[in-house]
Design a protein around this ligand. Sequence first.
Ligand SMILES: [Zn+2]
Ligand SMILES: [Zn+2]
Length: 308
Amino acid sequence: MSEFSVITLGCGSAKPSLRHNPSSTVVDFRGNLFMIDCGEGTQLQMMRSRLKFSRLGHIFLTHLHGDHVLGLPGLISTLDLQSTGGSLTIHTIAEGKRMIDDMLGYFARHIDFKINYNILDPEKEVIAFENHAMTVRTLPLHHRVPTLGFIFEEKPRPRHLDRAMCDFHGISTAYFNRIKAGEDYVKPDGTIIPNSRLTKDATPSLSYAHISDTAFDPKIAEAIGPVDLLFHETTYLERDAAFAIPRGHSTARQAAEAARIAGARWLLTGHYSTRYNDDEQFRREALQIHPRVITNREGLVVDLTRLP
Ligand SMILES: [Zn+2]
Ligand SMILES: [Zn+2]
């Protein structure tokens, strides 16, 4: 089971290609799968990456362009075939709910699992999802249709217990959870042992930002914040920058600039235009601005706990 991994199922763009699948990414967080976008063929890509359908509970849609949503009818039909009565939550704008309801009216009329919708405002930053260990917040992007980025942030972890110090002070295991949560320990004689003497610093929390599709905007980059891994679309190379702004996309150089402004540790490329044959070109261009860049491909697994 992965603590926090990002798995690429598709990193192509709108035109079909034999080299790449259309957009889909899965965040595997402590055994639960959170999908971002669901381009055509996504369910087969899940099978290739050995991701179990039964672990998928949430789908976040960045926007309603075909290369990001046309895999939904197939995936939902399959979930229905395999269903044992679970539920799926789709996070999308109001128009997305109408679109999916229409599709399901044809392809999955009598599904026996529940689809919940979390309707998102495309203009506002909101918390789309939260549980005891993680939040997912939205970030409005600049594209030709309403589009949202999603930022997955692990909540602060408890401090590590210094077992030797606890034993030294004769503290019973019954107090350990309270000490991990930050409490001081009061001895029976009233002496206070400060928490800092009984614990060590917590493992740092991890974060992932998924920013696609968008034109470059330094304000968006600032709002991303210093994530550990930033997927930022790199549809074009800088030599074709003239296409990027009118089409609401970014170049590899701009994505690297966004990573620099955000203070992101690592940049992950993707949403490649079919006009290029060598995906390493995006990395090389981005490396001129940002020192740590990963070239995306289908099947890539980035384990955030192992990033240097
Ligand atoms: Zn796209
Ligand atoms: Zn798009």
